[in-house]
Design a protein. Structure first.
Length: 120
């Protein structure tokens, strides 16, 4: 199955994403913030990246921007998973290269459905 990176400063969300997607057969790596997420992306090749927006050290929008500058991640699906529902941040995320958006709290079935759609 797919290698997925989940970046979120909330341990509960990281664990939930990992549990849900691991049960679907995916290999899930987690990171606490954008800095850790970027480091993980440099050291591994992921098929899908899920990231929060509001995190310490490096936010999700900056992470997306940096990932999109790496040849290995030009076409990798990147989904924002966040409680933030501002149109500005949605627009900024999309401009930086985010593929999609999931609102927290999210239904695990919806996460599975989105993952299947993005991975083909």
């Amino acid at each position: 199955m797919a290698k997925i990176l989940s970046v979120d400063d909330s341990k509960v969300i990281r664990e939930m994403v990992k549990a849900v997607l691991s049960a679907e057969g995916h290999e899930v790596t987690t990171a606490n913030d954008g800095v850790e997420g970027l480091e993980a992306a440099r050291n591994n090749q992921f098929d899908l990246i899920l990231t929060d927006i509001n995190m310490p050290n490096m936010n999700g929008i900056s992470l997306v921007s940096k990932l999109r500058r790496m040849p290995a991640y030009l076409h990798t699906p990147i989904v924002m998973i966040t409680t933030d529902n501002s149109d500005y941040k949605k627009s900024k995320s999309k401009t930086m290269g985010a593929t999609g958006w999931l609102q927290k709290p999210f239904d695990p079935a919806r996460l599975i459905q989105a993952t299947k759609k993005l991975l083909g």
